[in-house]
Design a protein around this ligand. Structure first.
Ligand SMILES: [Zn+2]
Length: 54
């Protein structure tokens, strides 16, 4: 099993997580794959556009 340690970016708005490949996925799905990770709250590109339109 792959174990991820370190800081993981999580979107504070929709709870999507960006994995090590730069792909955003749902937190439940992510935690199922990675047992150890610390979350760093941020905003994913989708919510960034929705919440802070340019
Ligand atoms: Zn988001």
């Amino acid at each position: 099993m792959k174990t991820l340690t370190g800081i993981v970016p999580i979107c504070a708005s929709c709870k999507m997580i960006r994995d090590d490949k730069g792909y955003w996925e749902q937190v439940e799905e992510y935690v199922g794959k990675h047992t150890e990770a610390q979350f760093s709250h941020g905003i994913c590109p989708d919510c960034m556009e929705r919440l802070y339109p340019a």
